[in-house]
Design a protein around this ligand. Structure first.
Ligand code: G3H
Ligand code: 13P
Ligand code: ZN
Length: 332
């Protein structure tokens, strides 16, 4: 048993309470490689932004859970080296799908876990979430749960349809499970193709897809039911069109990739939404920079030659999200 406290990590309790009160959101960035982690930590340390490092199922399969945990431990020390005396870094299990997995993360030094039982029947979701909460809370590890189902398809996280969260269920769910935060479904989805072209309109000037708005009425109703309770938004990449264009220009093919417009995420961050999950935008930034570098420099074969610009591009993107969208800079 390793306590996250010995590793210098923190749980989400205090940071969420401050974020809800302060009208901003904490960035939850997925990581599965060193360059991503360096970029996240450099951005958070320079901006003194609390940050959540998320480990997904795909990341565990790709990089190994043990290695990722040690990388997060290293990230705390790296942040201190960068001059951040008291780093506010959470290590979070993203989309945990079983009690055993959540337990293994609690036992191994994660400071926060998500149990995603949202695809189960309501009572089963409650029972499994409560079981995880009861265990995690013994070690002061915080638990995110999910009600409602996100649309979209992304490798391990797949769902064809979107079922918005039912506001009339949230009080019963939060009370009976004791969860610390709740991911809700208001129209976001995972991946770089969040909406089909037929769900969007087109901007007549640019020809770009304009996605339908998020269901802010559902978010408002949830907030009214659970005043001050920390709400989480998954699937919140904005799929910056400059990256899509770069990827397509330098040999890629991402037709009609579209995300959540940042002005909607800004609005959400000012509400009870206090954790915003971003993964795809990092993938896009990295791929765009790598493609550009290799296209312009056919002689490059040392991975450091193309991973350095990729890391710089991801850092730029993380900084922009923190400062321009979430408002979490200067909060740690
Ligand atoms: O939860 C959404 C993640 O972006 C999924 O990531 O493909 O690494 O499992 P993954
Ligand atoms: P995106 O695919 O929009 O980046 O969402 C990531 C996410 O929700 C991770 O849990
Ligand atoms: Zn997610």
């Amino acid at each position: 048993m390793v306590s996250y406290k010995e590793l210098g990590l923190v749980n989400t309790r205090e940071m969420f309470a401050k974020a809800v009160k302060g009208g901003y959101a904490i960035p939850a960035f997925n990581f599965n490689n060193m360059e991503q982690l360096q970029a996240i930590i450099q951005a958070a340390a320079e901006l003194r932004s609390p940050v959540i490092l998320q480990v997904s199922k795909g990341a565990r399969n790709y990089a190994n859970q043990t290695l990722l945990r040690y990388m997060a431990q290293g990230a705390v020390e790296y942040a201190k080296e960068l001059g951040w005396e008291n780093p506010q870094i959470v290590l979070h299990l993203d989309h945990g799908d079983s009690f055993e997995l959540c337990k293994s993360c609690v036992d191994f030094g994660f400071s926060s876990v998500m149990i995603d039982a949202s695809s189960l029947p309501y009572e089963d979701n409650i029972a499994l979430t409560k079981k995880v909460v009861d265990y995690a809370h013994k070690y002061d590890v915080t638990v995110e749960a999910e009600l409602g189902v996100l649309a979209g398809v992304e490798e391990e996280v797949a769902s064809e349809v979107s079922h918005y969260t039912k506001p009339e269920e949230v009080v019963d769910f939060a009370t009976r499970t004791g969860c610390d935060s709740l991911a809700i479904s208001i129209g976001t989805s995972h991946g770089a193709y969040k909406f089909k072209p037929e769900q969007c309109t087109r901007d007549p000037k640019t020809g770009r897809l304009v996605p339908p708005p998020l269901a802010f009425d559902v978010l408002k109703a949830v907030e009214e039911q659970l005043p001050g309770f920390p709400i989480v938004l998954h699937g919140s990449s904005s799929v910056p069109q400059e990256y899509v264009d770069m990827i397509n220009k330098y040999g890629g093919k991402l037709p009609d990739a579209v995300g959540i417009p940042e002005e909607q995420l800004r609005l959400a961050a000012k509400s009870a939404v206090c954790k915003i999950n971003i993964d795809s935008d990092s993938r896009l930034a990295m791929t765009a920079a790598v493609r550009k570098d290799l296209y312009e420099n056919p002689g490059h074969f040392d991975p450091r030659q193309y991973l350095k610009p990729a890391r710089d591009e991801m850092k730029k993107m993380y900084i922009q999200k923190i400062v321009d969208v979430l408002g979490s800079d200067g909060k740690a």
